[in-house]
Design a protein around this ligand. Structure first.
Ligand SMILES: [Fe+2]
Ligand SMILES: [Fe+2]
Length: 354
């Protein structure tokens, strides 16, 4: 499970090695964390690391960092809304969505503190918060005002609520789903929509509720549950569906590894006006990076390096720090160079530290 460094506690074990910005090995896989190690990760500006085993939501102590604090708080509220029959009222977590929106408007980076939790329930709640933030960022690019952004965010944060009513064995099945199992999964938009109507029918605008029902519809009519097409799909749902696919594909799941962000970016770029509305795709892709900071890449001149910063106008041409020389190559200027491939942390370890 991936955790922000602010959530680490002594005794947790690393499930993947941690590298610094220049590609140097900071801590190896299997190491048991101590206070000293955690401090050294903070000193080296490491944001997230992978630790063994799931950490229950209740054990997550909320610390200073606003984004992470908000994410966990919102996840907890979402959990009680979904799980407890006399749980919190929808208005209570509208406040959290509003606070998330304030962060989005203040320009805080969405990719900085993604809480990527792989255990069943936690995945759905962390994913919901991330899809909410990504949807609001995209809405902002499309020029939405605050009221619209809030309505979009509320719909997006609830989009997968129906999954809490699906058998976890099917939801988290490691292998391929049977047709019958897939049909069960396909009931979650309608189940979520009905659940919200029963619980808090009047508290949400019809547009927010439509996101829950329509987020698996596709521009070409190939989605579910109603096979809606192009303009039949409301813009809020169209935005949420892109954010949903992007976040789900770039996250490790029990049945597959995460796809690298640049592959998902290119897949979305190629799918405009087939599966998704191309204006929404264009706005969405301007909010995310194909090569986030920390990605290890092989360049066309054979050099290997780590992405250290972005060039906003040319997302495929970031600045790369070469390993081991430390030379910085700005691909915005080095036009003869391209990124040839993305390398895993394991591959870097094998090449430089074996
Ligand atoms: Fe869904
Ligand atoms: Fe989803």
């Amino acid at each position: 499970m991936r955790l922000p460094v602010t959530y680490l506690k002594p005794g947790m074990k690393l499930s993947k090695p941690v590298y610094g910005n220049s590609g140097e090995l900071l801590l190896n896989r299997g190491i048991e964390l101590t206070t000293k190690y955690i401090k050294s990760l903070e000193r080296n500006n490491v944001v997230v690391v992978d630790v063994e085993g799931p950490v229950p939501l209740d054990e997550m102590e909320i610390k200073e960092e606003l984004s992470v604090q908000l994410r966990i708080k919102t996840m907890k509220k979402l959990h009680s809304f979904a799980k407890e029959s006399n749980g919190i009222h929808i208005y209570e977590f509208m406040d959290s969505v509003e606070a998330l929106l304030e962060e989005v408007l203040s320009g805080k980076g969405v990719t900085d503190h993604l809480v990527d939790l792989c255990s069943s329930d936690l995945y759905t709640f962390a994913h919901s918060v991330d899809v909410c933030v990504l949807s609001m960022l995209c809405g902002m690019k499309l020029g939405y005002d605050k009221e619209k952004l809030l309505a979009l965010g509320i719909g997006a944060i609830l989009h997968d609520l129906g999954k809490t009513l699906i058998d976890p064995e099917i939801l988290n099945k490691p292998g391929k789903l049977t047709q019958e199992e897939f049909e069960v999964i396909m009931t979650h938009p309608l189940k979520g929509w009905q659940l919200v109507k029963e619980k808090d029918g009047d508290a949400l605008s019809p547009r927010s509720k439509a996101v829950i029902l329509n987020h698996h519809e596709r521009y070409d009519g190939s989605g579910y549950p109603r096979n809606l097409k192009s303009n039949q799909i409301d813009p809020f749902s169209a935005i949420c569906s892109v954010a949903d696919v992007y976040n789900a594909m770039t996250t490790d799941r029990v049945y597959r590894k995460a796809f690298p962000p640049h592959e998902v970016y290119e897949m979305l770029l190629a799918s405009g006006d087939i599966k998704f509305n191309k204006d929404v795709i264009r706005a969405f892709l301007s909010c995310v990076n194909p090569y986030p900071v920390g990605t290890y890449v092989k360049l066309s001149n054979g050099k290997i390096g780590c992405v250290v910063s972005q060039n906003d106008s040319l997302p495929f041409r970031p600045r790369v720090k070469v390993i081991p020389s430390g030379e910085i190559l700005d691909l915005e200027r080095e036009l003869s160079l391209v990124i040839e491939s993305v390398l895993s942390h394991e591959k870097i370890k094998e090449l430089f530290y074996a």
